[in-house]
Design a protein around this ligand. Structure first.
Ligand SMILES: O=C(CO)COP(=O)(O)O
Length: 253
């Protein structure tokens, strides 16, 4: 496996300043698990406050606008999140693709502006249940990635992929380890083909979708899995740290 396992909490539309104590607890505990890289992506409103609390963990944003500053009421761009303390941004999440009709073209424009602002990108991909049942999961996911990968000039430093099957997000239903391994292998083959094996080896592929303390170790022990993108279970320090412990134990196997 390329680098340390990477465990990222995506808080989604959750969290007021009351969450800062959880962030502090995550940060302090993460210092005991240096074999694991830990990060959280709070909502925009908390990025700066969590950044100020954090000594160990990485801080990111869940989205950014594709443009420079200007007349876009309610929007936040990449340089603004970087200025608030974010080091990475999650782009292409299925909830943005669905709720905000984000296309591959728009996601690409966001990737470009994120890279320009010096941010790393966690690029999400994943199929719906209908697509999986139709036997088209792999071609769909690889198609999403093929649309974006050419933008990355320096993927080793800047790119992480997150495979999140839509039907496993927030449902309590996880993909089987065989399905996860198969999709991660297909994504790795595409990265090898696009960037060459040496560079590809430095790009981690995370799994996301109902990762919890009780299944983290099994999922993270899959050799192709480089970490996890965690939604619901990242909202409590206890649960999130349970996943960090799972990642640390999976490393030792
Ligand atoms: O979408 C996810 C992370 O980005 C996964 O969410 P859950 O862990 O709540 O299923």
């Amino acid at each position: 496996m390329a680098e340390r396992p990477y465990i990222v909490g995506n808080w989604k539309m959750n969290g007021t300043r009351a969450m800062l104590s959880e962030a502090r607890a995550i940060d302090r505990a993460a210092q005991r698990y240096m074999k694991v890289e830990v990060a959280v992506a709070p909502p925009y409103t908390l990025i700066h406050a969590v950044h100020k609390e954090a000594e160990q963990i990485g801080i990111g944003a869940q989205d950014c606008h594709s443009g420079a500053e200007g007349a876009h009421t309610g929007d936040i761009n990449a340089s603004m999140v970087a200025d608030a303390g974010a080091k990475f941004v999650i782009l292409g999440h299925s909830e943005r693709r669905q709720d905000h009709a984000e296309t591959n073209e728009l996601i690409n424009a966001k990737i470009e502006s994120a890279l320009e602002a010096g941010l790393r990108v966690i690029l999400c991909c994943g199929e719906s249940l209908e697509t999986r049942d139709a036997g088209e999961a792999e071609s769909f996911v690889l198609g999403q990635l093929r649309a974006a990968l050419p933008i990355f000039q320096d993927p080793a430093d800047r790119l992480t992929i997150a495979y999140e099957p839509i039907w496993a997000i927030g449902t309590g239903r996880t993909a089987t380890v065989e399905d996860i391994a198969a999709m991660h292998r297909a994504i790795r083959a595409l990265l090898d083909e696009t960037f060459g094996e040496d560079v590809s080896a430095k790009v981690r592929i995370l799994y996301g979708g109902s990762v919890k303390p009780d299944n983290a170790r099994e999922i993270l022990a899959v050799p192709e899995v480089g970490g996890a993108l965690v939604g619901g279970a990242s909202l409590s320090a206890e649960n999130f740290l349970g996943i960090v412990v799972g990642a640390s134990e999976a490393e030792e196997v």
